[in-house]
Design a protein. Structure first.
Length: 153
């Protein structure tokens, strides 16, 4: 499950910008990226809970003005959902409800482990960047498949 959309896919007519989130119960890693450069950058980690968490995220949304949001949802190695999967999905629904932006879900198995293995100073934000990079790659792959389908008439 590479991309579970909670809303319509991003438009291909102009570059789109995104904020992505690596959800955790105590911290949420945040990254920013766009379809023009097709790459993400770690931004920050929000170390707050409840309303304070959403206020901090709201400030980031106001500052970066993303077209959509991307949330990583963790799964077991066999692809089965677990408690944190449900928590991340709830967080995604809350983001969509509060900020009225499209939200995309990405399977984020092992992103924090990968970020730590790469020596990231802020593993949560680096994991959010890996999540967004994966999402941006999936958009690029979808574009290529659409182009290929158009040439195979």
């Amino acid at each position: 499950m590479a991309d579970r959309q909670l809303s319509a896919p991003p438009s291909a007519t102009r570059p789109q910008s995104f904020l992505s989130f690596d959800f955790g119960t105590r911290r949420v890693g945040v990254a920013v990226g766009n379809t023009l450069l097709r790459r993400a950058s770690a931004l920050t980690t929000v170390a707050a809970e409840g309303e304070a968490r959403f206020a901090a995220i709201g400030r980031l949304i106001e500052e970066w003005q993303p077209d959509a949001l991307v949330v990583g949802a963790p799964f077991h190695p066999d692809g089965a959902a677990h408690d944190n999967t449900q928590r991340a999905r709830r967080f995604a629904r809350q983001l969509q409800g509060r900020f009225r932006l499209p939200v995309h879900e990405v399977d984020e198995r092992y992103t924090t482990t990968e970020a730590l293995a790469e020596g990231a100073a802020d593993a949560d934000a680096a994991a959010a960047a890996l999540i967004l990079d994966q999402f941006l790659r999936s958009l690029h792959t979808d574009d290529e498949q659409d182009n290929d389908a158009g040439t195979r008439r």
